[in-house]
Design a protein around this ligand. Sequence first.
Ligand code: CP
Length: 316
Amino acid sequence: MKHFTSVKDIPDLKKAVETALEIKKNRFDYKHFGKNKTMVLIFFNPSLRTRLSTQKAAMNLGMNTMVMNVSEDGWQLESELGVVMDSDKPEHLKEAIPVIGKYCDVIGVRSFARFQNKEDDYAEKILNQFIDYAGVPVVSMEGATRHPLQSYADLVTIEEFKTKERPKVVLTWAPHPRALPQAVANSFVEWMRETDYELVVTHPEGYELAPEFMGDVKVEYDQKKAFENADFIYAKNWASYTNYGQILSKDFGWTVNEEKMALTSNGKFMHCLPVRRNVVVSDDVLDSSSSIVVEQAANREITAQAVLKMILEETS
Ligand code: CP
């Protein structure tokens, strides 16, 4: 693996799950893999889990880590090509990225959708500049359209908790006061499509995800019907793709609650976190034994370590 930006970078998904579960049992057995190697983690957006779990994963492999929050720690970076740089951004990504690449062996980058231009976001304009100019492997710590480290952890968590070979997995839209990117939802669908699980997506009309991610995945507009006999409920808000970046609904009728979870087959509740209590999901669900959000977040360390191990194996 040279770069990690989507499920397409994983050569064998079944083996990747096995690797992650093996690492989970013996996470300190690979300390020599990253000796004298350095990972730089670049954040254009806030993070708790991704920042800590990826740093921990790198440290488990014996790597050194450096973290930079671009908006607070460094020069503001220009990303547009061919511009006259006479405004507030004194440095261009075209110099900054190769310089960062000289100080490390792997770069992690988080750059969310900006919702200014759908084409730019869906072309992964920032992430792809890192791939083009870094000169070292790049790991997406959430791009504009995908969050592959999250999806890998989601898959491993479902594998750990499933009680049948082919579980029914439901991705449900839920309300939120802010306009959030589609990255987690897109990526979750993309990874689930690589399994033989039964996948159902439910959301209000107007929240259809991009066709390249959805393919022929079933959309059920009746949330309660979608929940029937589900083994896993994955809640997430996203802003409209068609009316790009717009909030079309804040309907609390879509909040996941105990009444809806009762329709499932003793289903487990999942969310990537951070989650807004009593907006996305009620307290009683999040505080119940059906919630596996903490276990899901814990697996972020494991799958980040698996990705870094694959990269180090390929490049050393
Ligand atoms: N799920 C996730 O990526 O969390 P953070 O935004 O806190 O990193």
